[in-house]
Design a protein around this ligand. Structure first.
Ligand SMILES: [Zn+2]
Length: 895
């Protein structure tokens, strides 16, 4: 599911501690054993795989017949499951949710079962009068499940077309919702084959994991569609979609690749289709195993859930994430489309062909797919500088990982509810950053060879993280487990404290490990950690920096006295660096000579040190002063981000006007260089930076920018072509912020008129940004109607709170309408949304309200999320009290 490649010399480890260096000779080696990172995990073994279901009975093949009722939303079905009984038993336990059972019989009605349901465990137990003998049996179940209105299990989507509203159904099952469609062993280690037959209206196109093998008409006005059986796979990868759909196809190396859209939109799938053909070839080669299914469909679903899901052979996407409409999309939208497509397609191997044995190793799926996608983008579109521009992903993960409520990449997962909240930035982004660091450490070819071995060894099966390390070690002939395990089996962010000192005409640098922590100043200290860190260190502009495998600390030669020596060259490592005063002064002076990756790395670490209370705000602001107005988008993006943090914390505080004025002063010259109508290809970073600056300056209250946005929006209403697609999001957002009733109504009218999802979202979110409390109330009321795609209801409420600055209004609304919203939005609203939403607040009073809001903590996953949110609010409150007065003083002193 979904959310900077410099080649470096490989690390040479000497005595397991410190390496010989190119230009920087290691002299002292130090300490260290990895106390927290002893390798406990073994290779995958079915019987040892965690999970809730007994392993005495294994499903081998499911033949499933479904007859969805599109009006009553009942989902009657019959399934025949070929099972392998491993030891005699009279009881079978499998998963089911909101399902009623008409009958459960074994071996052609040889025995009828009594069915017992456990709603909390989401299981059904079939008890037979006589024990089943060990060996093969056939289980037949007649049942009725339910189709949902929210995007979980099998769900409906009602969407607008030129001829009125239409309804389709689609599915989304990760991590554990196949059990909402048909009773099954719904844990990833229970791989089986699935053959689906469905009854749908005759004018519908039905899509499953595999090609259709048979269609026959049945009365009244329906047809029965049978799909070929899948290869062995986990239940969460099952897919079924049906509606008034159309399909555009292409051949890729013998595989039929298709884009499936609602009627009339397949032309917008052309970019995705062409990209998928390219990616299939690239991955066939990279993984060394050809894509094993005869077809791969990319389905654009106009509602239900956001993001995308890697169902094997039938990837589903929220429509705006897949389709490219040249009339309404900015050219740069192709970046997001290619990226998410590359992520989901990488899963067809990493996740689908080889699947983690249990959700404790979810990172294997997500960290790897995220890394592979970025690598693929760098391959096909190096000009997009995907590692550089995607720097925020690692930064975000490090921000969470520095806290008490972080967790190791590999974490124990108790149940389906905890599995649901494991899809976080630690799993995705830290996982991605770690794999990048390891590829760099092992070398690109050796790493790829290891992945090929891993694929070949575990195809159609399951694996653990240990299986991956073993494959990489055997291919690379180099130890990786110790390094990797120090990052996957313990939480936290390493900090390297670095300082140079002259030694005659030459210079030495000391490197010392510590733990980087962000915590409220009153919090109890977190326990120390140690890591094996591949550290790239050297003079600026070094083409092939040598790496030190740092354990503990080191003292190394570092060129000539006064030379600028930087740690984490290329920004590839997952660690923070804190320089001593000598190093920092020299590096600050050398900013213009740094590569943009290094400059960004230096700036992001400086910002993080302020957040952690290890440096004053003034040290970061002084650095901002040293950044050139013509610097790369990524650098300015980081500065805009930090200024936004200060601004958000300063809401309702006296410092806010000064902070906003300062932000305008810093950003306006950057924008003035670019102007509203400057040139560019439309698919470059200048175009993106222009749009970000317009948005940021408007939010910081730049009256000229706000007025011009309004003027251009009026022009757009007269003649849409007058406003370039690339500026539409920013301009419409600013118009929304300051909207009066008439403008608000115009935005809603535009949203209602459009059938293009990306356009509808632009208008709805702009309306939700309105700061006028009356309009905020109107938006909140809208979320209770059936007008909005269910996918965006939660985000609309969050937008009222954040961009619209009506957080208390929105929180009151959520509490008053909680049950209605929960029914509409599904369990994620209770278990994840509420906690995340409350991080809009930065004061202890609201933290207490969250802590007292019982529904949010009624599941294991919900309790995890609330604990994280409470820490987040606490950190914000502390940072606000500490940093804002200092920022204010610094700004005043400069006037
Ligand atoms: Zn994914």
């Amino acid at each position: 599911m979904k959310k900077t490649v410099d080649k470096m010399a490989s690390v040479r480890s000497v005595g397991g501690i410190l390496s010989a260096l190119h230009g920087l000779a290691a002299t002292a080696a130090l300490l260290l054993s990895l106390s927290g990172a002893a390798l406990a995990e073994t290779s995958f073994a079915f019987d040892a795989a965690p999970g809730k279901l007994p392993k005495t009975v294994i499903p081998v093949h499911y033949a499933i017949e479904l007859a969805p009722d599109f009006v009553t939303l009942a989902l009657p079905g019959v399934e025949m499951v070929e099972i392998d009984v491993r030891e005699p038993t009279a009881r079978l336990t499998l998963n089911a949710v909101n399902t009623t059972f008409a009958s459960a019989t074994i071996d052609d009605e040889a025995q009828f079962a009594e069915v017992t349901l456990d709603a909390a465990a989401q299981t059904a137990t079939f008890s037979f009068p006589q024990p089943l003998a060990a060996g093969a049996h056939r289980l037949r179940i007649a049942f009725t499940a339910q189709i949902n209105k929210f995007g979980t299990g099998l769900f409906i989507v009602d969407y607008p077309t030129a001829d009125g509203t239409r309804r389709l159904i689609s599915s989304k099952l990760e991590p554990a919702d196949a059990r909402r469609i048909f009773p099954c062993w719904d844990e990833p280690a229970f791989k089986a084959t699935f053959a689906l037959t469905v009854t749908v209206p005759r004018n519908f196109l039905a899509v499953g994991n595999m090609p259709i093998v048979r269609e026959q008409p049945v009365e009244p006005g329906s047809k029965k569609v049978a799909f070929a059986p899948t290869p062995k796979m986990s239940s969460y990868l099952f897919v079924f979609t049906a509606g008034e759909l159309e399909r555009l196809t292409a051949d890729a190396d013998g595989v039929t690749v298709g884009v499936v859209t609602t009627a009339g939109k397949s032309g917008q799938g052309r970019y995705a289709l062409d990209s998928a053909v390219k990616l299939l070839g690239y991955y066939n080669d990279y993984f060394g195993v050809k894509y094993p299914l005869p077809k791969l469909d990319l389905l654009a679903i106009p509602g239900g859930f956001g993001g995308a899901m890697e169902n094997w052979g039938g990837i589903t996407f929220f429509e705006s994430r897949l389709l490219f409409d040249p009339a309404t999309n900015a050219d740069t939208a192709r970046r997001g489309i290619f990226n998410i497509l590359a992520h989901e397609m990488a899963h067809q191997w990493f996740g689908d062909l080889v699947t983690m044995g249990w959700w404790d190793n979810l990172w294997l799926n997500e960290g790897f797919a995220s890394w592979m996608a970025t690598k693929a983008v760098e391959q096909f579109y190096p000009q997009w500088q995907n590692w550089l521009n995607g720097y925020g992903q690692k930064q975000y993960a490090m921000g969470l990982d520095a806290r008490r409520t972080s967790h190791p990449i590999q974490q124990a997962i108790a149940d389906h509810s905890e599995a649901t909240v494991a899809f976080d930035a630690i799993t995705y982004n830290k996982g991605q950053a770690l794999i990048r660091m390891l590829e760099n450490y092992l070398g690109e070819q050796a790493f790829r060879d290891g992945i090929r071995k891993y694929m070949a060894a575990h195809a159609y099966g399951n694996s653990t993280t240990t299986d991956l390390w073993q494959a990489l070690e055997s291919a690379a002939g180099k130890k990786v487990t110790g390094v990797a395990a120090s990052f996957t089996e313990q939480d936290g962010v390493p900090l390297i404290v670095a300082e140079t000192a002259c030694d005659g005409a030459s210079q030495r640098m000391t490197l010392r490990q510590d733990r980087f922590v962000i915590a409220p100043s009153t919090a109890v200290a977190l326990p120390p950690r140690s890591w094996q860190i591949p550290v790239a260190v050297g003079p600026l502009q070094t083409k092939q920096p040598e790496q030190v495998l740092l354990q503990g600390s080191a003292d190394i030669a570092a060129g000539a006295c006064g030379e600028a020596v930087k740690v984490n060259l290329g920004d590839i490592g997952y660690y923070r660096v804190e320089y001593g005063p000598n190093s920092r002064a020299v590096l600050t002076k050398s900013l213009p000579r740094m590569s943009v990756d290094d400059r960004l790395n230096f700036v992001t670490d400086s910002w993080a040190l302020v957040q952690a209370g290890r440096a004053e705000s003034s040290s970061y602001l002084a650095l901002v002063e040293a950044i050139d107005a013509g610097d790369h988008r990524a650098v300015w993006d980081q500065i805009i981000f930090s200024l936004n943090v200060f601004d958000r914390l300063a809401r309702d505080r006296a410092e806010r006007p000064a902070i906003q004025a300062y932000a305008r002063t810093k950003l306006r010259p950057v924008f003035d260089r670019l102007g509203w109508d400057g040139g560019g290809s439309g698919d470059d970073d200048t175009t993106l930076l222009r749009a970000s600056l317009i948005r940021a300056l408007g939010e910081f209250g730049d009256e000229e920018i706000l007025a011009e946005a309004k003027r251009r929006f009026s022009g757009f209403l007269q003649d849409p072509k007058s406003l370039p697609n690339a500026l539409r999001d920013s301009v419409t957002h600013l118009v929304g912020l300051s909207a009066d009733r008439a403008t608000y109504d115009t935005l809603l009218t535009l949203a209602r008129k459009s059938t293009v999802t990306n356009e509808r979202l632009r208008y709805y979110f702009a309306a939700a940004s309105a700061r006028d409390p009356e309009l905020a109330r109107a938006t909140l009321a809208l979320t209770l109607t059936d007008e909005l795609p269910g996918t965006i209801v939660s985000s609309m409420i969050s937008t009222v709170a954040s961009a619209g600055e009506q957080a208390d209004l929105a929180w009151d609304f959520v509490q008053k309408n909680f049950n209605t919203l929960l029914t509409k939005q599904g369990p994620g609203f209770r278990d994840q949304f509420v906690a995340n939403f409350m991080t809009n607040f930065t004061d202890e009073a609201h933290a207490a309200e969250l802590a007292a809001f019982a529904p949010a903590q009624s599941t294991t996953g919900g309790r995890v999320m609330v604990a994280r949110a409470l820490e987040s609010i606490s950190i914000s409150a502390d940072f606000k009290a500490r940093a804002l007065p200092a920022v204010d003083a610094w700004i005043k002193a400069r006037r």
